[in-house]
Design a protein around this ligand. Structure first.
Ligand code: ADP
Ligand code: MG
Length: 267
């Protein structure tokens, strides 16, 4: 008798587990990113800096999000974690349903190469390499054959409007053009998620708007876009604004009304 009870309990446990797994899988179909209780502590000599103190966020595929907040609030830290450039001190990170919280450096690099395109404020281009080479580089690490690399790099470079600058060095380009190269490099592996940490921070506002037009297009093409910005007119391009303060989410607001909402249909 006792034995049957045990079996029944055991079965219930297993089916709960299976259901959860199925739910996780189907969530992975719509969710780009799920982070839960993410904590990041940096060790600085003898003292600890708590850059993130327990951040949870769910980001669906094809969302367009601006992360804002004062300097030191943890924006770059969260971007580095989302971009698999670093791992959290504690907490979980599911990237398209896959747990990437505890991967080693090699596995992280592989995921990053497949799924993530990163754009930095300071462009981070190789100064001695020309536009083509800078954009081709992620594919060199990705082990893609030369002819395919050439085709994909050229396509990404054309997509950001620099088809006539393939053989220019970064020093021969304007700031806006350099950031376009960085975007082409981020795009070249067809990542589903594009992360940009203050991509317009070093650009004048007109050039910044040109760069934002590219992000808008990428969003329309189906990418998930997450960008950090200080500027409210840049954040207006996004559909959701997450504000960080002292390593915590202070607010999380949808800023664009979805077109099919009843209010939008009045008139
Ligand atoms: P933000 O991008 O919002 O300006 P950061 O994420 O760069 O903020 O930093 C959050 C906090 O973590 C700050 O107090 C910063 O000084 C600290 N921090 C960031 N990176 C490191 C690091 N590598 N080592 C030690 N402390 C760091
Ligand atoms: Mg920062």
């Amino acid at each position: 008798m006792a034995h049957r009870w045990w079996l029944r309990l055991r079965w219930r446990e297993i089916s709960v587990e299976m259901r959860r797994e199925l739910e996780d899988q189907s969530k992975g179909d719509v969710m780009a990113i799920e982070i839960k209780d993410m904590v990041k502590t940096y060790q600085l000599g003898n003292s600890e800096v708590q850059a993130l103190r327990g951040v949870s966020l769910e980001i669906e595929k094809n969302e367009y999000i601006a992360i804002m907040g004062p300097s030191g609030s943890g924006k770059s830290t969260i971007m580095n974690l989302l971009g698999c450039l670093d791992i959290p001190t504690s907490g979980t990170y599911l990237l398209e349903g896959k747990n990437v919280s505890n991967l080693n450096d090699d596995s992280l690099a592989e995921i990053r190469n497949q799924k993530i395109g990163f754009v930095f404020q300071t462009f981070n281009l190789l100064p001695r390499a020309d536009v083509f080479r800078n954009v081709e580089l992620p594919m060199v690490y990705g082990g893609i054959p030369v002819s395919k690399r050439k085709q994909m790099a050229e396509e990404a470079i054309r997509r950001v409007g620099l088809g006539d600058r393939m053989n220019h060095k970064p020093s021969e380009l304007s700031g806006g053009q350099r950031q376009r190269v960085a975007i082409a490099r981020a795009l070249v592996n067809n990542p589903s998620i594009i992360l940009a940490d203050e991509p317009t921070g070093n650009l004048d506002s007109a050039t910044g708007e040109e760069i934002m037009a590219i992000f808008d297009q990428l969003h329309e093409a189906g990418n998930t876009i997450i960008l950090v910005t200080h500027e409210s007119d840049i954040a207006e391009h996004a559909h959701r604004v997450v504000k960080l303060k002292d390593g915590l989410v202070e607010s999380d607001t949808r800023t664009r009304r979805i077109e099919w909402e009843p209010e939008a249909m009045v008139n």
